[in-house]
Design a protein around this ligand. Structure first.
Ligand code: AMP
Ligand code: ZN
Length: 458
């Protein structure tokens, strides 16, 4: 039985989909005004992990991840760089897609962009006005009236009766201490440049919260199974999404809300000034393999903070290597695969089914690796055990995806090796040694043979 911690009820609940065997999943996507950092990818990897467990349990998962390509931040960036909004957002969307694929994240079924769904947002705002949940302000903006929804605050546990709710707020993000009427539609301002749409209330643009309500409902229906994001999305974003969606449609909205905790770097917040602000490309540049990044980020439970340090690469590399070596040892004995898994797989699955307890499942898996290695040393392993072992490794990797597809050498390493060959031909031994060091930093050893350079993993 799969149990998931539902932020709405603040407890673990048995997971039951609305339609048997099928899951509709919405995950808040990136705001494409800058390169996504590894904090963002902590959340996207948690969602990938969830999806892989759901798929392993036999569910047919339909996954929607939006692209926020119009909001306060994207408009400000376009203005600051003197570019059009689409120049900025297309550039960062492409980078995001590349990083998703580098990190082996299973693609969503659809990535709707906010700017292509403004009609649906306008319709939903109209419904909210008709039902007296929203009102038009003097400047042509439309606001949601939080006092019109008696359940406002249920996700973040705000007791509205004990709170003084103050004025209204036009910016997309604001603090939990101050619940306010928030903008569904923002009237055009000069700073918006040419970013605007016609609406029944005049020129303007949608608020960020409205984007996710309208797009999730358009693709997944008024009522769907799971909605995810990072903890910072809980307020105001998800609280406001619930209010808008429930009030516009008069139906329940989402059954399970799942939120991942924050990623810290070197024990604190990532900061460009300290120099510990990492994007995927920075880490790859430093010689980290995508699988090592996955290992580090998935070795913590999604509801605890994960501390990222470059030093953790060593532990990740060692863990991955242990699995690769065990697979090679088992392959030597047996390549006859049947479908059975060893007994230990049950405890592994139980850990995953208990609100995706990834560190516990990893611990069980590595304990099993140790015991199989020891049986191999003692030559007490049967054909059946080795076959089950290979199956377990394949199954494990369908969820963690931390084993390189093959030990294929990355292009950046080949390029360095080619450069090194030229320096060797020129007898520039000092330069050749520096290049060998660089290759080493990327996790590879290069050996010079008569057939040319040969590579092996550290
Ligand atoms: P954004 O592009 O800012 O809309 O964020 C995309 C996703 O990353 C959201 O689900 C955020 O909650 C999440 N996120 C942002 N910063 C972090 C962080 N340091 N750790 C984990 N998740 C984060
Ligand atoms: Zn969202």
């Amino acid at each position: 039985m799969l149990r998931l911690y539902n932020s709405l009820s603040r407890k673990k609940e048995e997971f039951i989909p609305i339609i048997d065997g099928k899951i509709n999943l919405y995950t808040c996507g990136p705001t494409v005004y800058d390169v996504a950092h590894i904090g963002n990818f902590r959340t996207f990897l948690f969602e990938d992990f969830l999806k892989r467990v759901l798929i392993a349990r036999g569910f047919d998962v339909y996954h929607v991840m939006n692209i926020t390509d119009v909001d306060d931040k994207t408009i400000q960036k376009a203005l600051a760089e003197g570019k059009s909004l689409s120049d900025i957002t297309e550039y960062y969307t492409n980078l995001f897609m590349k990083d998703l694929s580098i990190l082996k994240i299973i693609p969503a079924d659809v990535y709707p962009a906010a700017t292509e769904h403004v009609d649906g947002m306008i319709q939903m705002i109209q419904q909210l006005i008709e039902k007296n949940h929203a009102y038009l302000a003097q400047d042509g903006s439309v606001y949601f009236s939080i006092k019109s929804f008696k359940d406002y605050g249920s996700l973040t546990n705000i007791k509205m009766s004990e709170m003084q709710h103050s004025d209204r707020v036009s910016s997309d993000e604001y603090s939990l201490d101050n619940p306010q009427d928030f903008a569904l539609w923002k009237a055009y301002k000069d700073e918006d440049g040419d970013v605007c749409w016609e609406s029944p209330w005049g020129k303007g643009r949608p608020g960020w919260h409205m984007e996710c309500s309208a797009m999730s409902i358009e693709y997944l229906g008024n009522h769907f199974d799971i909605h995810c994001g990072g903890v910072d999305n809980k307020f105001p974003h998800h609280e406001n999404e619930i209010a808008q969606s429930v009030c516009a449609k008069d139906t329940p909205f989402v059954n399970y809300w799942l939120h991942s905790e924050f990623l810290l770097v070197d024990g604190g917040k990532m900061s460009k000034s300290i120099g510990n602000y990492y994007c995927v490309s920075d880490l790859i540049e430093k010689g980290m393999m995508p699988e090592e990044i996955r290992y580090i980020l998935l070795s913590a439970h999604y509801r605890t903070k994960v501390n990222f340090t470059i030093e953790k690469q060593h532990e990740a590399k060692k863990g991955i290597q242990r699995i690769i070596e065990l697979r090679a040892r088992l392959n030597e004995i047996n390549d006859n695969m049947d479908n059975d898994l060893p007994l230990e797989a049950e405890a592994f699955n139980n850990a995953l089914d208990d609100d995706l307890d990834s560190p516990k499942a990893l611990g069980i898996f590595f304990e099993w690796v140790r015991s199989v290695n020891s049986a191999l040393d003692k030559k007490t392993i049967s054909d059946e055990q080795s076959s089950q072992g290979l199956n377990f490794i394949t199954y494990f990797d369908s969820i963690y995806s931390i084993l390189p597809a093959s030990d294929s050498v990355p292009q950046s390493v080949i390029d360095l090796a080619n450069e090194r060959e030229i320096t060797r031909q020129n007898k520039e031994w000092g330069k050749a040694d520096i290049l060998r060091e660089e290759i080493l930093k990327k996790g590879w050893i290069v050996k010079d043979t008569i057939d040319g350079p040969k590579f092996s993993r550290i």
